[in-house]
Structure formats: C-alpha cells, structure tokens
Ligand binder design. Structure first.
Ligand code: ZN
Length: 185
C-alpha cells in the first residue's frame, strides 16, 4: 500500500469508523465468528426433536462455552418450549446462554453453540438420529410386527429402543403408535 493510500484509509476510517470485522459472517452466526462455532441449528431443524436432541448432545463437547439462541416477539408456543428445553439442558451442564434479538439476525440459523476461542470446526451441522420422526418420537414403545421389523431391517442400531407386540397385544388389538404407517387401518 502506498503511503498516500494508507493516509487515505485513515481519513476514511476517521470519517466512517473502522469497519467491523467480518460483520456479515457474525450476523449469520448470531454475533459469533465462524471460527468459534461448534454446532448450529436452523429454523427448520429446531422444530425437529432429532436435531434438538443432537444439539443437546453436543453440549457435552468440552469446547462448548456459550449458547446463543435467537428469539423473536413472534415465537410460537412450540418454539418457546424448545427454547426452554435448550436453556434447561444448558444450565445443567453449566453452559451460559444468551438470547439474541431476531430482528438483528435475519439469517436461517437460530441456535449457535460456540467455543471461547477459534476451533475451526469443519462440520457445524448437528448429527441427528436417522430414525424417521414418528419412530423417533415413539422410542421405548411397543410396535406392531411390521413396524418392528422395519426398525430391525433398516435401523438395527435402534432395535433395542423398541419392543415387538406380543400375542396378548395382538389379541386385544394393540394400537401401534406409528400412525404414519397405519393410515389405511
Ligand atoms: Zn405398526
């Protein structure tokens, strides 16, 4: 840079102030630099318990330092419940959290788990369960033979989270909780 250019720059900065470092990037990540981000949730993901649980699991990451949650005047009851779940779980593991004003952060990301320093995490996507949502929400339950077999064949790693309806269940017309698989019943 020529000395005159440098002088010009100082003059410009004197007039307009020093440009904020990586302003757009920080806006995307609720005020955080990308290099500090460990995991994020988008607006869509935050309504899916598989992703929310994945984020809660990420709290165990020893680099976790702070949780940022975007809030809005227009949050639905469901969104508020999820926010309350996230903050309760964060408190349990002593991760402080901040609510960020939705108007200041118009991007799709609504939750950011951040480290104290740069960690340059290559994968900031939350790892979510591969179970279909209706199966995921009925873990621990007893399934009909067909649904149970679907778990055994497609998601064997989750097999132990379900029971198969036995003789007595079938005799008394046990209603399988996987309603999406039984629309024609
Ligand atoms: Zn079933």
């Amino acid at each position: 840079m020529q000395p005159e250019d440098k002088l010009q720059q100082y003059v410009q900065q004197g007039i307009h102030g020093v440009p904020e470092l990586k302003k757009e990037e920080k806006q995307q990540y609720l005020g955080q630099f990308r290099e500090r981000v460990i995991k994020v949730l988008t607006q869509e993901q935050v309504l899916d318990p598989r992703y929310v649980d994945g984020m809660i699991q990420a709290f165990q990451d020893p680099r976790s330092d702070h949780l940022y949650i975007k809030t809005s005047m227009h949050s639905t009851e469901k969104e508020e419940k999820i926010i309350s779940l996230l903050t309760t779980k964060a408190k349990k593991v002593k991760i402080p959290f901040s609510f960020m004003d939705g108007d200041a952060y118009p991007g799709k990301i609504v939750v950011v788990l951040a480290a104290k320093e740069a960690v340059d995490e290559p994968n900031i996507q939350v790892k979510a369960s591969s179970l279909p949502l209706d199966f995921y929400q009925n873990r621990g339950k007893t399934l009909c033979k067909n649904c149970y077999q679907e778990v055994v064949q497609k998601y064997p790693q989750y097999q132990e989270e379900f029971q198969q309806a036995g003789f007595w269940h079938r005799l008394f017309g046990y209603p399988c909780p996987i309603s999406s698989r039984h629309t024609n019943d």
